[in-house]
Design a protein around this ligand. Structure first.
Ligand SMILES: Cc1cc2nc3c(=O)[nH]c(=O)nc-3n(C[C@H](O)[C@H](O)[C@H](O)COP(=O)(O)OP(=O)(O)OC[C@H]3O[C@@H](n4cnc5c(N)ncnc54)[C@H](O)[C@@H]3O)c2cc1C
Length: 404
């Protein structure tokens, strides 16, 4: 479909209005009852659990992404030549916020592809790969996953041992990845692998885009303490990847990974991350419904929560306005820590206000639903790199402190 040429306002308020108008043409097609088979109206999660019985939700998210693409607003911060609007991260946040306000389904199945894989492809891949893959991701045709962590390489990511060996125009990948969010839904995976075992560890890495439906790719679910299984282990058994699907130069894998990680960490603090406007609305609603603000024992926790959320929003808003699609690693680490702190405070507040009703299901709406959120929050201190790793990045790369 051809996107009609219209003047897109740069001012954030006017842009929000513009988005509302564009979305207004199709908003009625997305009745929230089509989103999920479970009682989605009461669910509240820190880490999304799209697995069994969620096929309809994933199909709806793809359809929503396609509608946004056709309306020309799928990717505000994206480059103009790839179908983006050439605006800033702040405009991405405005889009996510307006979609949330309008009650449209969140697009968590697409989060990794849009916020982790796409930036790497945009900044490092060949022109052909960029145009085909990035358009596919932004149109909702492709779901992406991140094949970085391994059983022996998480925080020490440069220590990955999955290997790629050149064979003519292809590379042959063998190894195991783990904690792969959305791997079971993915069409493409951004895989950090070792191409030169003799080079220093950061220099021997190369990034590839793997077809997740290719022979030799096996995806197995990992069950989490929330009861869901949002991530997976992925086995790569002599998987052939054409050299044209290399992202960046041979040996440049670490640089490409840094682009993905910077974006991942920073978008986690935005409206598309775990603390959506919906989550904020729910926690405010909970406090008001139970009149917790009248309780002097709960007031300090309410104040801590408000302060943490305000700090996250302020920092996220500041950085989103000043950076384009490629986020600096230090800023990403700061934003991720502010998000994780705010998530802790929300979780502590919900648990304090509800007491045992957060964990024992009495059939009360807006009570036991919080257990999924509270149990999911610890994962936010690990995903995208643990707290300790963010502190190391901030200390060494931001503040110039020496390594210990
Ligand atoms: C919800 C969720 C989703 C995820 N999704 C993905 C995904 O899609 N793709 C993917 O590739 N990975 C994913 N991960 C994996 C995540 O990136 C890793 O869990 C994380 O990087 C930590 O690695 P690890 O689990 O191996 O822990 P380890 O590296 O073994 O760390 C264990 C502990 O040691 C500490 N530690 C390690 N090194 C240092 C150091 N140098 N200084 C101080 N402390 C240190 C850590 O902080 C941690 O507390 C996900 C994780 C979660 C929880």
């Amino acid at each position: 479909m051809t996107v009609e040429t219209v003047e897109v306002p740069g001012d954030l308020g006017a842009f929000a209005e513009y988005v509302r108008t564009r979305v207004g043409t199709f908003v009625n097609e997305f009745d929230s009852t089509t989103e999920d088979s479970v009682d989605s109206s009461d669910r509240i999660a820190a880490v999304e659990e799209l697995r069994d019985g969620h096929d309809a939700a994933v199909a709806t998210q793809r359809r929503l992404q396609r509608a946004l693409f056709d309306a020309g607003i799928a990717w505000p911060s994206g480059p103009l030549d790839l179908g983006g609007l050439g605006l800033t991260f702040a405009h991405d946040t405005v889009l996510d916020t307006v979609l949330d306000e309008l009650g449209l389904p969140s697009r968590e199945a697409l989060f990794v592809g849009l916020n982790i894989v796409a930036p790497a492809v945009v900044h490092h891949a060949s022109a052909d790969l960029r145009s085909s893959v990035v358009t596919g991701l932004y149109r909702g045709d492709l779901i992406g996953c991140q094949l970085f962590s391994e059983p022996g390489a998480g925080s020490d990511l440069a220590g990955v041992s999955t290997k790629a060996v050149r064979d003519g125009d292809d590379w042959v990948l063998t190894g195991q990845k783990v904690w792969t969010s959305m791997g079971h839904l993915a069409d493409v995976g951004e895989a950090l692998v070792r191409t030169d075992p003799n080079a220093p560890k950061h220099a021997g890495l190369t990034m590839f885009l793997v077809d997740m439906h290719a022979p030799g790719v096996t995806v197995r679910p990992i069950r989490q303490m929330t009861g869901g299984a949002a991530f997976n282990e992925v086995f790569l058994d002599e998987v052939r990847v054409p050299d044209s699907h290399r992202i960046g130069g041979i040996g440049d894998g670490w640089t490409v990974a840094s682009t993905s990680l910077g974006n991942e960490r920073s978008t986690m603090s935005g409206a598309a991350g775990p603390l959506t406007p919906y989550v904020m609305e729910r926690v405010v609603g909970l406090v008001r419904r139970l009149e917790a603000e009248a309780d002097p024992l709960l007031r300090p926790q309410i104040a801590r929560t408000v302060a943490a959320v305000a700090a996250m929003r302020a920092a996220s808003g500041l950085s989103a306005g000043s950076w384009s699609h490629r986020m600096e690693p230090v800023a990403g680490s700061v934003l991720k820590m502010l998000m994780a702190t705010a998530a802790d405070e929300i979780s502590a507040l919900a648990a304090a206000v509800l007491g045992e009703r957060a964990f024992v299901d009495h059939g009360e709406k807006d009570a036991f639903a919080w257990s999924e959120f509270v149990l999911g929050v610890p994962a936010l201190h690990l995903a995208g790199g643990t707290d300790e790793i963010q502190y190391n990045v901030i200390a060494q790369r931001g503040l110039g402190l020496p390594r210990r």
